[in-house]
Design a protein around this ligand. Structure first.
Ligand code: NAD
Length: 401
């Protein structure tokens, strides 16, 4: 074992165990720590079962699985971290808890080691400052499940050394991940740019444009998205999804584009959290899901002039045939995503390529927003956004200047 290829994982729950699996299958030695060694041991056993299933499905050789398992070590003493290249933290999403758990460890790491956090929502810069290690602290934000999802957002804190960012990128790439570099801003790229996929779908529902099944089908058939927005939010959990929206909306000074949906907040208040509670937008208790949230009655007036631009947009954005209402729904949700990507770029969160990579590999979008805008043609997109803004009058489709 050399210090070059040793990862320390702190917190061996869903994410920590997934990340440990990724590193171990790429030949890294991995030291796992949790609040007690039994939890880390349990995580290793879980990884072993997953790898065994991969062998049974013919995705991995038995010898490879055994080598990977041999690379995993639950550790008891923190001084065993003195040869680690990277400390990757994946404990509870609470800044004080992270600072308290990591502070003693950063003193033991070799001076050149990378200190990385898997946080989804906390400030990497603040964590680095509080650890007294701003230059070598960065974010390495994996997606769940880490062995399957291809993206890692590498987050540069305001004082992170560029060489640390580059090494984090190199390591994630070596683990066969796609990397998007992102600035340390609320929601980073994916959790921010994806907001309108859910929010605009809820607004189409609230405006009475269609029922949830029709909105989901539209996005899958016209857009090539793997899951419709409501199926996906039911899967993620409305509590988690709503909390992310609220945190991103508040942190970015409450723009109307990102305002939480009242219907979604109502679902959370009622305990209808999605699949995990048995019902959300759909009731999941039967053989197939049945929509239980019905469309509202505040239908916006469809402006025929504006519809011409929406038709032109849809024709360029998809080759699938569509009814006028589907075109309106598709344009609203897709233009909402495009607009958030434009704002994220404008706010310096990432460059266009990073934003495209993040959305394709972090949430499996069929195309990156900037690739899609470029295929449709910028003027066609701008006209559709103007038409939607005229129709809704909310500022949601107003791009940055
Ligand atoms: N679950 C996701 O979808 C997801 C996706 C991306 C990022 N994240 C982030 O990853 C981190 C972990 O999330 P998770 O879903 O794996 O959580 P989890 O609850 O599954 O696991 C957290 C683990 O950390 C351990 N832990 C808690 N306090 C600790 C301490 N002081 N010292 C050592 N271990 C401690 C717990 O025992 C548990 O095993 C969070 O920051 C979360 O925001 C989660």
């Amino acid at each position: 074992m050399t210090s070059r290829d040793t990862l320390a994982v702190l917190g061996t729950g869903a994410m920590g165990a997934g990340i440990a699996q990724v590193a171990a299958t790429h030949g890294w030695q991995v030291k796992l720590m949790d609040t007690n060694p039994a939890i880390a041991q349990k995580a290793i056993a879980g990884i072993g079962k997953r790898l065994q299933r991969s062998v049974e499905k013919g995705r991995m050789q038995q010898a490879e699985a055994e080598t990977a398992i041999g690379n995993l070590h639950a550790i008891e003493k923190t001084d065993e971290l003195n040869d680690c290249t990277v400390l990757l933290e994946a404990i509870v999403e609470n800044l004080d808890a992270k600072v308290e758990a990591m502070s003693p460890l950063v003193k033991i790491l070799p001076p050149e080691a990378i200190i990385a956090t898997n946080t989804s929502s906390l400030s990497v810069s603040t964590l680095g400052d509080r650890l007294g290690e701003p230059a070598r602290t960065c974010g390495m934000h994996f997606f769940n499940p880490a062995p399957i999802m291809r993206l890692v957002e590498v987050i540069r804190g305001k004082s992170t050394d560029e060489s640390i960012v580059e090494r984090a990128v190199e390591i994630a790439t070596g683990w066969n991940k796609q990397v998007a570099r992102a600035a340390d801003t609320p929601g980073f790229i994916v959790n921010r740019v994806a907001r309108p996929y859910y929010l605009e779908a809820f607004r189409c529902l609230e405006d009475g444009l269609a029922d949830p099944e029709a909105i989901d089908t539209t996005m899958k058939d016209l857009g090539g998205f793997r899951m419709g927005p409501f199926e996906l939010t039911d899967f993620i959990g409305h509590d988690v999804n709503c909390a992310t929206t609220r945190s991103v909306w508040e942190s970015w000074d409450k723009p109307s584009r990102l305002m939480p949906s009242l219907v979604q907040e109502q679902l959370v208040a009622e305990g209808n959290l999605g699949r995990k509670s048995g019902a959300g937008v759909y009731d999941w208790s039967g053989e197939s899901p049945v929509a239980i949230v019905r469309p509202g009655h505040d239908a916006v007036t469809v402006n025929q002039n504006a519809m011409e631009y929406i038709e032109a947009f849809t024709e360029k954005a998809t080759s699938a045939p569509a009814e006028p209402m589907q075109k309106l729904i598709f344009s609203r949700i897709l233009c909402g995503l495009f607009n958030e990507a434009l704002w994220a770029h404008h706010d310096g969160v990432g460059d266009t390529q990073d934003i495209d990579t993040a959305m394709k590999y972090g949430v499996n979008y069929p195309r990156g927003p900037f690739e899609w805008i470029s295929d449709i043609g910028d003027p066609v997109v701008r006209k559709a956004m103007e038409a939607l803004e005229d129709m809704t009058g909310t500022g949601r489709f107003r791009p940055p200047a």
